[in-house]
Design a protein around this ligand. Structure first.
Ligand code: GLA
Length: 452
């Protein structure tokens, strides 16, 4: 389990990142000088964060989480005095291909990224939780005996839900003082909320001294998102945040939760472009899409097709039943049916080191999401179009739920820097938004070590 015992001298260290480690100089919104770390303990804690490379010089918008583990541990000392006892972390994710397939029992192919949400905490014995969000600069307090949703501090609902559901799952929790924060870009389709949930679970398991089954943790944290927070998401985000593997993407079957880690080609990098936009309708439209899929399936089944989910529908069966579906539902179903096939082909391509074929499937995925599923937007389409004009680009597509957020690009290693500069500049020129561009390294999930 990735729960780190906090070294005793953390509070005296200053917790600053090495200049070469994280080039967030233009991203800082908290006015902190990034300097040399002088402390071995902080370097230990910073191992994960130090792998982050940001090639872009473009300004970050200040709604992104930008705190490092060590800064969070320092915040703990400031807020509660003394040292945190445990530090737990969970990564965000980028989905390479397989979008809007997870809630249709289909296939996905995400990777955990080297950006994390961290909890620094110390146990208390009175079943109270006091939690400070370093990013929102807000605190909450609640009792383990009565955990309710808090509409004034929505960030705390992930922690509240995980705590409540773990207790209901018979984990004995003592209470804790906590600080949470991290550097997963928020509202960018990179699953910062799943990371907040999974890191909370990792913290509580660490505090209870229990080694959990990672797949059950993914299922529980997804249930929190569905039944406590109220977002009807699939399991992809929580699963990869728990079970991601360094230098690999995970090929996951969302029906039986079987999975396989596939090594990522070393000659290419995962480059993510943040459009900087987030549509207000993202959540409601996500729900509309889940209902449309259910409706399309019901209509297909009413024609006599014995498919338990859209994942089981073959392209030719869908084509044959075309007249049984309103045109919109037909296109929604066609996206899911074709996207599942693309994931299977993409995994095969990567197994065979065929980045050209992999990239082509990414491009097709974007077109399908844009035209059939209608979850893209002009900003994402522009980022993809700009990307595909650059040399060394194998493929480009929107990633995550859509309606804003990020694109993911597979770019030849030596082409990444000019890619970031030109795409960033052209996007800014057209949209008036300076996009953050990241090169991510596939990382271990929160409980990856528990699998070893
Ligand atoms: C969000 C959801 C996931 C998945 C993606 C779309 O990230 O949380 O479960 O449905 O959208 O692929």
């Amino acid at each position: 389990m990735k729960v780190y015992l906090t070294p005793t001298n953390l509070a005296s260290c200053g917790f600053r990142r090495t200049p070469g480690g994280v080039s967030h100089s233009n991203m800082s919104h908290c006015g902190k000088r990034r300097g040399e770390s002088t402390c071995r303990a902080s370097q230990l804690l910073l191992l994960g964060a130090a792998r982050i490379i940001q090639v872009s010089n473009f300004a970050q918008r200040n709604r992104f989480i930008t705190m490092s583990a060590a800064e969070i541990a320092a915040k703990f000392s400031e807020a509660f005095g003394g040292q945190p006892e445990l530090v737990a972390r969970a990564p965000g994710r980028v989905n390479l291909i397989g979008e809007h397939t997870d809630y249709n029992q289909g296939f996905v192919f995400p990777a955990a990224i080297d950006r994390y949400v961290w909890y620094a905490g110390r146990r208390r014995n009175d079943r109270k939780v006091r939690a400070l969000s370093a990013d929102f600069q807000e605190s909450v307090e609640f009792s383990l005996n009565a955990i309710e949703k808090d509409c004034h501090h929505p960030w705390s609902n992930y922690l509240r839900g995980v705590t409540k559901f773990l207790e209901a799952d018979s984990l004995q929790l003592p209470g804790a003082d906590l600080v949470l924060g991290g550097d997963v870009p928020r509202e960018a389709g990179l699953s910062s909320s799943a990371a907040v949930e999974v890191a909370a679970a990792a913290f509580w398991y660490g505090a209870a001294g229990v080694k959990p089954d990672p797949v059950s943790v993914a299922a529980l944290t997804r249930k929190v998102e569905n039944d406590f927070v109220g977002v009807p998401c699939g399991i992809m985000d929580q699963f990869i945040s728990v079970l991601g593997k360094k230098d690999h993407a995970l090929f996951l079957d969302c029906r039986d939760l079987s999975y396989r880690a596939v090594r990522l080609e070393t000659g290419a990098r995962i480059v993510v472009c943040n459009s900087g936009v987030k549509r207000a309708l993202a959540q409601s439209e996500y729900q509309v899409r889940t209902h449309q899929c259910q409706e399309a399936l019901a209509r297909l089944r009413s024609t006599g097709l014995a498919a338990p989910s859209l994942r089981d529908v073959k392209p030719e069966e869908l084509e044959a039943a075309r007249n049984a579906l309103p045109e919109v539902l037909f296109r929604r179903a066609r996206h899911v049916v074709t996207e599942n096939r693309r994931v299977l082909m993409a995994v095969r391509a990567l197994d065979g080191n065929d980045l050209g074929a992999f990239g082509k499937l990414m491009n097709e995925s974007h077109i399908s999401l844009r035209d059939d599923y209608e979850v893209s937007c002009s900003e994402l389409d522009l980022l993809v179009a700009l990307a595909l004009k650059q040399p060394g680009v194998y493929g480009a597509r929107m990633t995550g739920a859509g309606f804003g957020g990020c694109t993911v690009n597979m770019v030849r290693e030596d082409a990444t820097r000019p890619f970031a500069e030109i795409v960033g500049r052209e996007y800014d020129k057209a949209m008036g938004i300076t996009p953050a561009i990241y090169i991510f390294q596939a990382s271990d999930g929160a409980l990856a070590a528990a699998q070893a």
